[in-house]
Design a binder for this molecule. Structure first.
Ligand code: ZN
Length: 117
């Protein structure tokens, strides 16, 4: 099995709805996120790639156009956790790359959440 990944950076604000007022994530705040796209394949193309990294540009455009410098509560359908962002991006990216294995979202240097099917 071959695996590749590429990371993309973006910044957003959000409020985690429903948390107690004492929880800091219930207040308006932001993160400098890292989204990592991970693709798996048993085979390679004629150039030896799963997918040419340059051909991941639509993923960057998806992030730049729909997420970057936006308020996530206005963009995502319900939850705005890292887990929910990962699922939202996965369902979109899966329509482009059948080799998609998972999306990983990092809010801080020490944490990540990922979504796969
Ligand atoms: Zn947060």
């Amino acid at each position: 099995m071959y695996r590749i990944s590429k990371q993309f950076h973006f910044s957003c604000s959000h409020i985690i709805e429903g948390l107690p007022d004492t929880h800091k994530c219930s207040r308006l705040h932001g993160h400098n996120y890292i989204a990592e796209i991970i693709l798996d394949s048993e085979t390679l193309d004629q150039y030896g790639f799963i997918v040419d990294y340059h051909d991941l540009r639509p993923f960057k455009e998806m992030i730049d156009n729909e997420l970057d410098h936006r308020h996530l509560n206005d963009v995502l359908p319900s939850a705005t956790s890292a887990e929910a962002i990962a699922e939202w991006l996965f369902k979109r990216a899966r329509q482009i790359w059948p080799q998609l294995a998972k999306i990983r979202i990092s809010e801080t240097p020490g944490t990540w959440a990922e979504y796969s099917e």
